[in-house]
Design a binder for this molecule. Structure first.
Ligand SMILES: [Zn+2]
Length: 236
């Protein structure tokens, strides 16, 4: 008999495999990102079918097969229904799932990232203001990359190490850091005092990221910055 392993996790992705199987990518609490094969799950009668799907939080049970981990049971914990009913929240949630899918190492427990990911989805599931969907995403984004070794110091200039002054500072995608007015070289993205305040707030007080009051334009600028940052990391 194979030993059964139980954990809970967020379903990141499903890939059809063979005639009736799905390979699920799951960010699990105890083993980090894992890939689990669900056999015959695409058949109408499969009891697992309604439990396990992308963006669901599930309790799972699986065994180590010859090649893959094989799913033996799945129980739905949360389907995040409110997120799935709202296009903007769904879009942002899929961005989070994509980051987890693309950047988490396989089978490496990531306790802190697991916690902030769940917290992000719990916040998005609540009836928050549309602008706070962005602030929750920004908090998740910059904390995730800080925990993954791509953190950015929002307090000091990368070159001279002096405290960032009020007014405009610059974000360098090339060096993945912020520079003061004096140290900055060409190509930096200007960051206002408000931009930096928002980044500090959402990363230090992620618990309150859904309560932040900020201007829409500032949040949208930072969403754009995070998109560019993501691209610059993908190119590494
Ligand atoms: Zn400087």
């Amino acid at each position: 008999m194979y030993k059964k392993i139980r954990t809970e996790g967020l379903v990141l992705k499903k890939i059809p495999s063979g005639e009736a199987d799905y390979l699920f990518s799951i960010f699990s609490k105890d083993l980090g990102k894992i890939q689990v094969l669900a056999k015959a799950i695409r058949k109408i009668s499969s009891k697992l079918k309604n439990q396990i799907d992308v963006l669901n939080l599930v309790k799972i049970e699986f065994v180590q097969g010859k090649g893959n981990l094989i799913l033996t049971d799945a129980i739905l914990v949360s389907p995040f229904f409110s997120i799935k009913k709202d296009l903007m929240r769904l879009k942002i949630s899929f961005k989070i799932l994509e980051i987890l899918q693309n950047f988490l190492p396989l089978e490496t427990k990531e306790e802190r990232i697991y916690k902030i990911s769940l917290l992000a989805f719990k916040k998005l599931e609540k009836n928050i203001k549309p602008l706070n969907v962005f602030s929750v995403y920004l908090g998740f984004f910059w904390i995730f990359f800080a925990l993954s070794g791509y953190g950015v110091d929002f307090y000091r200039c990368f070159r001279c190490q002096k405290k960032l002054k009020k007014g405009i500072n610059y974000f360098s995608l090339k060096e993945k850091a912020i520079f003061c007015k004096i140290c900055y070289s060409q190509g930096g993205i200007p960051l206002s005092e408000n931009h930096i305040k928002i980044l500090r707030f959402v990363t230090e007080n992620f618990n309150l990221a859904d309560k932040l009051r900020a201007k829409k334009d500032d949040l949208l600028d930072l969403i754009k910055l995070s998109e560019s940052y993501l691209k610059s990391i993908e190119e590494i």
